[in-house]
Design a protein around this ligand. Structure first.
Ligand code: ADP
Length: 299
């Protein structure tokens, strides 16, 4: 069984420049060689669902009509993502301006561009969402797009929300979410300021969402469900070179496995393995492993 996933989300071109130090206001610094790479949480997760998760994956998104859109579409197509329902708008394709200092710290400015034009899916995009077994969304797009996708789902299809970056959710969105995926920072932000402990924060979130998956970096993840014992899935020990996109790989593979009928814990095992493989390579979409490598690591 293939399983169908509709990823409703953002696409950005990452413009990355290495610098000795980040410029302070008013300062100009000369950096190293510019690297342009396809990114954005939605596009990264779609690539992961298709390549590492082998799901029949459609990307519901908005891109501009520029060269950056072509780079993104090429990367999505190479991974086998269906891009025919991607909308093109007159805004520039979403862009992230990233400086990376010698000590490895990033400073990032995101210009959402076309991502901000994405609304509730219509026409063929809506039909595609309605066919999906799993709808996977993040929060780099307007909340209306997430809500519209949730409403367009067929009955029985799961809404997986990766609440990144964390934002205020409406009651209707909370009610629609079946599986919430958050890292430690996002769990604390969503649960409110009273929590220092991400695990306690995630536990609180199970009062609002049936299943919460808390990712824990090198420690893997924990699956929390209301009225059930939490299940921790340890990550294999790997030598991490770049954690960019690890969370996105995790989400894409989790959604793909759920669409193929896996239970939440087995799906989380594949997602943890895929996330661990992703940190052994540089980049975001370039670092997504293939399905065979994930399967070898899970066994
Ligand atoms: P995010 O990238 O959203 O901050 P995490 O840091 O929690 O999310 O990482 C997501 C997943 O990536 C983890 O659940 C794990 O599977 C994998 N991962 C991240 N960092 C490491 C690491 N150092 N070693 C092994 N796996 C990792």
């Amino acid at each position: 069984m293939t399983g169908q996933v509709a990823v409703v989300g953002s696409a950005n071109i990452d413009l990355v420049v290495p610098v000795d130090h980040h410029p302070v206001p008013g300062e100009t610094v000369l950096g190293g060689t510019l690297r342009r790479s396809p990114g954005g949480k939605g596009a990264n997760q779609a690539v992961a669902a298709a390549r590492a998760g082998q799901a029949d994956t459609s990307f519901v998104a908005a891109l501009g009509r520029d060269e950056h859109a072509d780079i993104l579409l090429r990367s999505l197509d190479d991974a086998g993502v269906r891009t025919d329902v991607v909308r093109r708008t007159d805004s520039p394709t979403g862009t992230a301006l990233i400086t990376v200092s010698a000590d490895g710290e990033n400073a990032i400015v995101v210009a959402p561009g076309a991502n901000a034009d994405l609304g509730a899916p219509e026409g063929e995009a809506r039909d595609r969402v309605a066919q999906a077994d799993v709808v996977l969304a993040q929060l780099e797009i307007p909340l209306d797009a997430v809500l519209g996708a949730a409403r367009a789902r067929r009955s029985g299809a799961l809404l997986v929300l990766n609440a990144a970056p964390p934002a205020e959710l409406t009651a209707e969105v909370w009610d629609a979410v079946d599986v919430l995926v958050v890292n430690e920072h996002e769990a604390r932000a969503l649960a409110g300021s009273e929590h220092d402990d991400a695990r306690a924060a995630a536990d609180d979130l199970t009062a609002r969402v049936g299943t919460v998956v808390l990712t824990l970096g090198a420690a893997g993840c924990v699956v929390l469900q209301h009225d059930a014992d939490p299940v921790t899935v340890a990550a294999p020990t790997v030598s991490a070179v770049d954690t960019t996109g690890a969370g996105d790989t995790f989400c894409g593979v989790l959604a793909a496995a759920l669409a193929q009928g896996a239970g939440t814990v087995p799906a989380a095992r594949r997602a943890v393995a895929a996330g661990a493989l992703a940190v052994t390579r540089h980049g975001a979409q370039e670092a997504v492993p293939d399905a065979a490598a994930v399967t070898r690591l899970v066994r």
